[in-house]
Design a protein around this ligand. Structure first.
Ligand SMILES: NC(=O)c1ccc[n+]([C@@H]2O[C@H](COP(=O)([O-])OP(=O)(O)OC[C@H]3O[C@@H](n4cnc5c(N)ncnc54)[C@H](O)[C@@H]3O)[C@@H](O)[C@H]2O)c1
Ligand SMILES: [Zn+2]
Length: 353
């Protein structure tokens, strides 16, 4: 069973990648335990809830969707937990995609000043990204993820079997985050994604298990070295600077997060070639692998200058500088700021063309 240890100042825990991992839930319970609150969405519960239903004291449904990732939902869930006898010895089980992960994690982080959470991610994106690392939170009207907390889970149970029911587009969107992991830190993972797109897209179990484990290993290593997004954790933002701009520019409706990241990775890769950090052969390899898992929705109506203007508003802007994670080879990146605006615009336009 591949299991990856995450060691942070807050807590050390395992992220287990295994078919059937969902059945390990009771092994993760703390010794002192009163109620088990499963926070989930109805769709996920109807598809996969039977596996854990017997261990839940209460199942709390959350409507799901980015627009419901709000403090009001956190309050409603906490009220229901109090009403059902929740106390400091209660545990939250976050059972769903990245949205459930973030909302349920934040409920756990703040309920009675913090109770444990066990993450059972059910989308590919949540399995390889959101569930490991302890970031939780909700959106404000002013922007995404602006209120939140680092709250590391007791354990993360990653069961690739649950992905069988995931819509194909959601699955592909998660694959882009795995490509990201290959580019930033793991040439072998990158080449596997390059060689076997048919196996990956058909969810051939051995291949899927390998790529998920590869990505989770990287996330676990990076978070262990840097829980709170200093320089190392920022390498995980490859493709995200311009990807976030694209998501914001299209009001979070046209592209799934992973799709926007695919666009952002292409633009950052084009930029790396222009700054002289990446050779054209590697740039083409990255382009090719991203294309193998595409296409993403049409980019009609999106312009370079508008995306460039969005970058300035990105919250990862530090002291007026936009940071980019640029690949320097397959499996290695560097973080740069103060890149010439003209090169950024040119790179975005090259990808839009
Ligand atoms: N905390 C972090 O570090 C982190 C990292 C990346 C993303 N995120 C957050 O994650 C969110 C996006 O997550 P997402 O892409 O998983 O979207 P999501 O949570 O909205 O899930 C996508 C859809 O798939 C459904 N679903 C989930 N599992 C399923 C399954 N097994 N079978 C069928 N349907 C299933 C969900 O109900 C939902 O309708 C964003 O809000 C983003 O900010 C957080
Ligand atoms: Zn991401």
């Amino acid at each position: 069973m591949p299991s990856f240890r995450v060691e942070t100042p807050q807590r050390a825990y395992e992220a287990i990648v295994e078919r059937g991992a969902i059945h390990r839930l009771t092994q993760c319970f703390p010794k002192r335990l009163s109620k088990v609150f499963v926070i989930t969405t109805e769709d996920v519960w109807n598809l996969h809830g039977a596996a854990i239903a017997g261990h839940a004291s209460e199942v709390l449904f959350f409507p799901g969707g980015e627009s419901r990732k709000r403090l009001s939902e956190v309050e409603a869930l906490a009220e229901r937990m109090v009403g059902a006898g929740g106390d400091r010895a209660s545990v939250v089980v976050a059972f769903g995609g990245g949205i459930v992960n973030d909302v349920a994690g934040f409920v756990a982080a703040t309920f009675m000043r913090g109770i444990p959470v066990i993450q059972i991610p059910t989308t590919l994106l949540a399995q390889v990204d959101a569930a490991v690392g302890g970031k939780t939170g909700v959106n404000l009207v002013s922007g995404k993820n602006l209120v939140g907390s680092f709250h590391q889970p007791l354990a993360v149970l990653i069961d690739p079997d649950v992905l069988r029911t995931l819509p194909e587009r959601e699955y592909r969107a998660g694959l882009y985050e795995i490509i990201k992991c290959g580019v930033i830190r793991d040439p072998e993972l990158f080449h596997l994604l390059d060689r076997c797109p048919e196996n990956v897209l058909a969810q051939e179990p051995e291949t899927v298990d390998r790529i998920i484990a590869g990505a989770v290993r990287i996330k676990a290593e990076v978070v262990s070295a840097d829980e709170r997004e200093g320089d190392l954790r920022r390498i995980l933002n490859f493709g995200h600077t311009i990807g976030h701009a694209l998501e914001a520019e299209t009001q979070y409706t046209r592209f799934l997060h992973g799709e926007a990241v695919a666009f952002g990775m292409r633009a950052a890769t084009a930029l790396a070639e222009r700054t002289g950090d990446l050779d054209s052969g590697s740039r083409k390899s990255i382009e090719r692998v991203i294309a193998r898992y595409g296409p993403i929705p049409a980019l009609d109506g999106i312009t370079g200058p508008r995306l460039a203007a969005r970058l300035a508003a990105d919250k990862k802007t530090v002291q007026g500088q936009v940071h980019f994670v640029l690949p320097v080879k397959i499996g290695g990146v560097k973080i740069v700021s103060g890149v010439d605006d003209r090169l950024v615009l040119e790179s975005i336009e090259a990808v839009l063309a």
